[in-house]
Design a protein around this ligand. Structure first.
Ligand SMILES: Cc1cc2nc3c(=O)[nH]c(=O)nc-3n(C[C@H](O)[C@H](O)[C@H](O)COP(=O)(O)O)c2cc1C
Length: 363
């Protein structure tokens, strides 16, 4: 349990409460999964040793150990500075990009900038800034640019989270005008923009609106942490329980977004096993993000714990790629993929036509 000083502002208090809930309560989807269990990567037939597998990739022309990253979680409080610091040291050591949590607290109080400024701790790190998309109704482009530049962020993740906001006691569900603000911001700031959910997924209708407007869509779909669930503990009402499992499963959300969005589509939300990453890459994801498991490993083992988590994950990805006969991420991206019944049915009903690049066929 982290003790909160009385003088803390509402934004900081909420962030600390979220961490306590994530660490101590059930925040997992109950009746829904990511649906990666319905994705099968067809082995290539080649015999490959895991020692010969190269799982590395690039992001913004920088080499990373594997196409995975730490999804934005925290910052804005002395206690969360310590968490971010330990995560950042491990991320830089493992050569994996890292996101910070919503930078709203530092926009409200710039004395808190240091809690997000991880490049001051480790300079060789790809750092992803973060702010709620609806905050763009309040913050102009200059404010956001300053927010990113003050921590030397390489990219910006804009989170959209109507499900969470609708259950959150102090939630704000006024998203009118946000689409135009996102497009305008993406055109006018230096950093590439990623639109992310927080665990409820992004539909093809939404993804299509952003085609050609932003760098990436990070689906953050259903099957891992439910933020409607997290807010249900805070709201003390029954409403959240009814919507606990609301959201688009991550695998389906990736396929939906890929069908209409020509930029990168990232697969996050419920990524737990190396096989989730391998399957996500095979269906076309550019990167895979992990949130809760990283916080849990930091809580158990500090920076070493996060480093061990990341290196185990990378090792597992290599072993799985070897077992399937793929020497590189590029080869894996051209793999043949088959889909199990429920996912195929949903894909058909959603009218998805995705080309398998290697075979020139549509699923
Ligand atoms: C403690 C914690 C705090 C989070 N805070 C933020 C945040 O400030 N901004 C954001 O975009 N997402 C935030 N998230 C959501 C994650 O980035 C991610 O979308 C979500 O947890 C689903 O991923 P998971 O199943 O791997 O946990 C947070 C997640 C955790 C665990």
């Amino acid at each position: 349990m982290i003790c909160l000083p009385d003088e803390s502002e509402e934004t900081q208090r909420r962030k600390i409460e979220h961490i306590d809930i994530i660490l101590n309560k059930d925040t997992q989807y109950h009746d829904k999964t990511t649906m990666f269990e319905f994705v099968e990567v067809v082995p290539s037939g080649k015999k490959i040793d895991s020692g010969d597998v190269d799982a590395s990739s690039t992001l913004l022309n920088k080499k990373i150990s594997a196409p995975i990253f730490i999804s934005g979680m925290t910052g804005g409080h002395t206690a969360t500075f310590e968490i971010n610091k330990k995560i950042a040291v491990a991320a830089a050591r493992a050569k994996i990009p890292m996101g910070v949590g919503s930078q709203r607290a530092m926009v409200e109080n710039d004395a808190l900038t240091y809690t997000y400024d991880m490049k001051k701790i480790v300079d060789d790190l790809i750092l992803i800034g973060n702010i709620g998309a609806s905050k763009l109704l309040k913050y102009d482009n200059k404010t956001v640019q300053k927010m990113l530049d003050s921590i030397n962020a390489d990219m910006l993740a804009l989170h959209t989270n109507p499900g969470q906001e609708s259950v959150q006691p102090e939630g704000d569900i006024d998203f009118k005008g946000v689409y135009g603000r996102i497009c305008n911001l993406a055109k006018n700031i230096k950093q590439p923009v990623i639109l992310k959910e927080v665990g409820n997924g992004i539909s093809k209708e939404v993804a299509e609106m952003f085609d050609g407007k932003i760098f990436a869509i990070d689906v953050q779909g259903a099957g891992g942490t439910t933020w409607i669930g997290v807010e249900t503990y805070r709201s003390k009402g029954a409403y959240g329980k009814a919507f606990w499992d609301w959201g688009i499963p991550t695998a389906l959300s990736v396929l939906e977004s890929k069908s209409v969005f020509s930029g990168q589509v990232w697969a996050s939300g419920g990524i737990r096993k190396p096989s989730d990453v391998v399957k996500a890459l095979a269906i076309g994801a550019g990167m895979c993000g992990v949130a809760k498991p990283v916080l849990m490993s930091e809580n158990r083992g500090g920076s070493e714990g996060v480093y061990a988590y990341l290196t185990d994950m990378i090792d597992g990805i290599k072993k799985e790629m070897a077992a399937l006969g793929f020497r590189s991420v590029e080869e894996l991206r051209n793999a043949d993929v088959k889909f199990g019944g429920p996912l195929t049915s949903l894909m058909r009903q959603r009218g998805l036509k995705i080309r398998n690049e290697r075979r020139g066929q549509s699923y």
